[in-house]
Design a protein around this ligand. Structure first.
Ligand SMILES: Cc1cc2nc3c(=O)[nH]c(=O)nc-3n(C[C@H](O)[C@H](O)[C@H](O)COP(=O)(O)OP(=O)(O)OC[C@H]3O[C@@H](n4cnc5c(N)ncnc54)[C@H](O)[C@@H]3O)c2cc1C
Length: 307
């Protein structure tokens, strides 16, 4: 039979690793499951300028690794595995993973957020092969080529700028006639020289001949369709809470975020939600870390019989 951990943490972003640090320092047997690598979303950015204590900023990947090292030094264990299903009812919770079954008396769900998809036919199949969700990760593959960026917020603007430094041509496709991105981005986008705008347009199909060849776009005002030839598409239309595995067990809001107040307590005893998965006003590294600390504290209180 598998051992029963005091705390099983699912997700190795700032919420998960802070929970692991606090749980281990409280003397609990804490195991953390991570399907990719430490850091979560912040590992996608090269400069974080609002994590206190680093006046010159810090690389997100580096910060993630530091958080992992800190938690492990305190005694927490990382298991590189993907949670595939969970049974969070009852006193002993079980999580089935790509590396076998894990059991624990408490679970801290810290799976963060993942990119929203457009839901176009072929999107899943082309992911990583023409369709991408992270310019920082995959942009270099399009050096000297033409790419489309879909979206109009800050992350779409940042992606377009980043891609404009390596690509020949970047076409920003947005369903409205102005960007939602902060004004600071507008001037930089205009000055880039190789960024074009495709306003009032939504993608309706991924064009493919073997691999991706372009996007079919519909003008939302006229209904007319046209084809845009491009080598790659970067989809940047926001992020959604990664709560698919727990949606039948934990109470969620209409956006799919776990309903747990500042205490991080969910509707199930011994189950806590920390970071971007939780319904909250501000999704940042510092608030994710804060949730992680609170969740570990609440898990310890629950195990001591006072939670
Ligand atoms: C490009 C970018 C730049 C950003 N820049 C900043 C910034 O400068 N400052 C700032 O404060 N915030 C920034 N943010 C937001 C910040 O990164 C997030 O608010 C924060 O990372 C949330 O932490 P989290 O631990 O809740 O979730 P996440 O960081 O999303 O981590 C969740 C982890 O869970 C893992 N996971 C998910 N599902 C499973 C599963 N089934 N099994 C195992 N593991 C799983 C994921 O692989 C991931 O590592 C940025 C976000 C992005 C995308």
């Amino acid at each position: 039979m598998e051992p029963i951990h005091d705390v099983l943490i699912v997700g190795g972003g700032p919420a998960g690793y802070t929970a692991a640090l606090y749980a281990a320092r409280a003397g609990l047997d804490a195991a953390l499951l991570e399907k990719l690598s430490a850091g979560g979303q912040m590992a996608l950015t090269t400069k974080i300028e609002n994590w206190p204590g680093f006046p010159d900023g810090i690389d997100g990947f580096d910060l993630g690794e530091r958080m992992q090292r800190g938690a492990e030094r305190a005694g927490a264990k990382t298991v590189l595995a993907e949670a595939l299903s969970a049974n969070l009812w009852g006193e002993i919770k079980t999580v089935e993973t790509s590396a076998g079954r894990f059991r624990a008396r408490t679970v801290i769900w810290a799976t963060g957020a993942e990119p929203r998809r457009l839901g176009l036919p072929g999107e899943t199949e082309l992911t990583g092969r023409g369709v991408h969700y992270c310019a920082a990760c995959d942009g270099m593959a399009y050096r000297g080529k033409t790419v489309a960026v879909v979206g109009g917020g800050n992350s779409a603007a940042a992606d377009a700028l980043q891609l404009s430094r390596v690509c020949k041509r970047v076409v920003l496709v947005h369903r409205r006639d102005t960007l939602r991105a902060e004004k600071a981005y507008h001037e930089q986008l205009m000055q880039a020289g190789n960024i074009e705008f495709c306003w009032n347009s939504v993608p309706t199909a991924l064009l493919r001949v073997g691999g991706l060849r372009g996007l079919r776009l519909r003008d939302v005002q006229t209904g007319r369709e046209r084809d845009l030839a491009c080598d790659g598409v970067f989809i940047s239309v926001g992020r959604a809470p990664a709560t698919g595995l727990v949606r039948e067990q934990l109470a969620l809001d209409e956006a799919g975020s776990i309903l747990a107040g500042e205490s991080t307590k969910t509707n199930l005893p011994g189950v806590f939600a920390a970071g971007d998965v939780r319904a909250k006003a501000l999704r940042q590294i510092v608030t994710a870390a804060s949730d992680g600390a609170v969740a570990a504290h609440e898990a310890a209180a629950y195990l001591a019989g006072g939670g």
